[in-house]
Design a protein around this ligand. Sequence first.
Ligand code: PSU
Ligand code: MN
Length: 302
Amino acid sequence: MSLEIRYSDEVKRARNDGGPLVALESTIITHGMPFPQNLAVARQVEADVRAGGATPATIAVIKGVLHIGLENAALENLAQATDVAKLSRADLAACLATGGTGATTVAATMIAAHLAGIGVFATGGIGGVHEGAAQTFDISADLMELAQTPVTVVAAGAKAILDVPKTLEVLETQGVPVIAVGQDSFPAFWSRESPLKAPLRMDSAAQIAAAHRMRAALGLPGGQLVANPIPATDEIPARTLAPIIAQAQSDATAACIKGKAVTPFLLQRIFELTQGRSLTANIALVRNNARLAAEIARHLIR
Ligand code: PSU
Ligand code: MN
């Protein structure tokens, strides 16, 4: 038994040259968006990272091999496959050891990125504390990962399908810096603003990279959550979304959706209930996060 890691050609080159790299997750492709938009978005986001002067490293497990950077055919297969596992921290080793195929969540992507020496990672939204967590105890492993793995994660805040105040409380307890970009308010994924103030604010990629390096200098183990608001032209107002989210949540409860299935179910229901508008917004914010992550990656190598 040995850990097999396969780097894509462009990631190999960037690692040899000491060039800036940005990790990308694959659960957003397999469980977060429908085919064929998921494939187009995955490629577009990679292109956005390149346009930002960095190299994209999309991470997934394919037949027991940890891929850091996916070649075209692999990405295509993954986007169309329907039997791909969703891998968080708890699942990664088991999938690798048994020759399985799986897409990495934020938590598992952070672990792989850190293994590959990649300091920054772009996604849409992180997992968090779910509504009703007092009963269900459904708290994403993403939060604990941010506390222990030194990767800066660029997201558009937390989705309003989560209990955002409790999510921020857990991040505070875990000692995770939560940094809103260019505003005081914590962004709410599909909407730029939430009623909550972010614990920290920074206005440049240089500051975010400096804070990342400072944590390392202090010997602190975890990462940072960078909350980058969705571009104004693409946001969906919170008041439009509130009843839709409530509907999706009551559908999930009625259908007894539990565990790993909760986030994909809610995203799919919201997609249907907004006639696809949630996906358009989701795409815009992921691309925006990829651009910022590329800029942070360039500052990190200076
Ligand atoms: N945000 C999205 N789309 C997604 C996810 C988050 O916009 O698909 C995925 C991420 O991979 C995240 C995961 O890590 O959902 C969280 O799942 P859970 O709540 O089961 O930990
Ligand atoms: Mn969960």
